[in-house]
Design a protein around this ligand. Structure first.
Ligand code: ADP
Ligand code: MG
Length: 347
């Protein structure tokens, strides 16, 4: 169940670009992160990007209680029901965006999902299927409306004891945007940032071409693509059942949890890929749309500017947003593009 994250974009890119420069790859943000500069830039530029990623890890608790000590986010969680905690501008921004997506998705995406995530332990050493009462108790603590952000004071507060924030569904997107910002400030205009599959394809490929980003086939080994998205200066982020999961009693339990019933979301979807100008949006939306299911997810995507989506159903049917059709090409294989209604939304 390791989080094996060979950069999707790079693997694909190398097929088409034999002179692709070597990426710098480091383990940060709890995953393998790779950055490739395609124009200019050298060690100092890579250093600057990875330094920024490390700062984000330190403030947003990717490894709770890890070597880095308590993060700002840990402190907010420890002070739930007690009092507001001063946090930096970065965390404040991510919390505001998380709350916005919680509202937009009617709570299907919820950054206060922490107690539920901890209970299931998915991605940790000892994941397990909790008892029904445990799930109910954790679920009672999940409510994004209990997150109080005071912009003027620069503080964040969870109203009730036991509540906890988990930014696993949005922080890597923020980090990818920050990496892109560092590169743009350095006037580096062509680059690929891949934070464990959370991709920012900066600018154009040499020759004014689009980047070709593979969409993982959720039913195959990593590196097998069901199709390709052609994008310029966009982020591409996927949430899927294959990313983090464990198996018990012959069933697979994945890591996107329903804030309605407390179990992994089951709605006939295997993955959702979002294309957007900002990675924080693509990241939050990939999780939100997965949780919402194809119909409501698609409606959300269509309501937003500069945002496209590819929904992959367990029946190997794909649902594309209106603008995704022009970006997406099937790779062959058994997948086909269908209409929204033929994926059933059971939960
Ligand atoms: P990945 O971590 O693979 O990039 P996602 O962006 O979809 O995948 O984030 C999933 C993570 O978000 C989970 O591991 C968990 O930490 C958290 N999470 C789970 N369910 C929800 C939810 N309903 N709303 C917000 N965050 C969630
Ligand atoms: Mg996400």
């Amino acid at each position: 169940m390791s989080r094996f994250a060979v950069p999707l974009a790079l693997a694909f890119l190398c097929l088409s670009c034999s002179r692709a420069p070597r990426p710098r790859v480091e383990f940060v943000l709890g995953t393998l992160c790779s950055v490739t500069l395609f124009e200019r830039g050298g060690a100092a530029d890579y250093d600057a990007v990875f330094a920024r990623l490390q700062e984000i890890e330190d403030s947003m608790a990717f490894t709770p209680g890890g070597a880095g000590g308590l993060s700002e986010l840990d402190l907010v969680n420890l002070n739930a029901g007690i009092g507001p905690v001063a946090v930096g501008a970065g965390l404040l921004e991510v919390l505001e965006e998380a709350r916005r997506y919680a509202e937009l998705s009617g709570g299907a995406f919820d950054p206060t999902v922490g107690p539920l995530v901890a209970l299931w332990g998915i991605g940790g050493e000892n994941p397990r299927v909790p008892a029904g009462e445990e799930i109910q108790a954790a679920l009672a603590l999940v409510d994004w409306r209990d997150l109080v952000i005071d912009r003027a004071a620069g503080t964040a507060f969870l109203r009730r004891r036991g509540q906890a924030l988990d930014l696993g569904a949005i922080a890597k997107g923020y980090a990818a945007d920050q990496a892109a910002a560092v590169l743009r400030r350095g006037r580096l205009r062509r680059a690929l940032v891949d934070l464990g599959g959370n991709i920012f394809a900066l600018g154009e490929r040499p020759g004014r071409e689009s980047w070709r980003i593979g969409v993982q086939d959720p039913l195959e080994e990593r590196g097998n693509y069901l199709g390709v998205l052609r994008v310029k200066d966009k982020s591409v982020v996927t949430s899927g059942v294959y990313e983090r999961y464990f198996e018990e009693g012959g069933r697979r339990y994945h890591h996107i949890l329903s804030t309605r019933d407390g179990y992994p979301v089951q709605n006939g979807l295997l993955s959702v890929t979002i294309v957007a100008g900002r990675s924080i949006d693509a990241d939050a939306l990939s999780t939100a749309c997965f949780a919402l299911g194809p119909e409501r997810g698609l409606a959300l995507v269509e309501s937003l500017p500069d945002t496209e989506a590819v929904f992959v159903g367990a029946d190997r049917g794909l649902t594309l947003s209106s603008g995704a059709a022009g970006l997406f090409t099937l790779a062959g294989g058994d997948y086909r593009i269908i209409s929204t209604s033929s994926i059933s939304n059971t939960r």
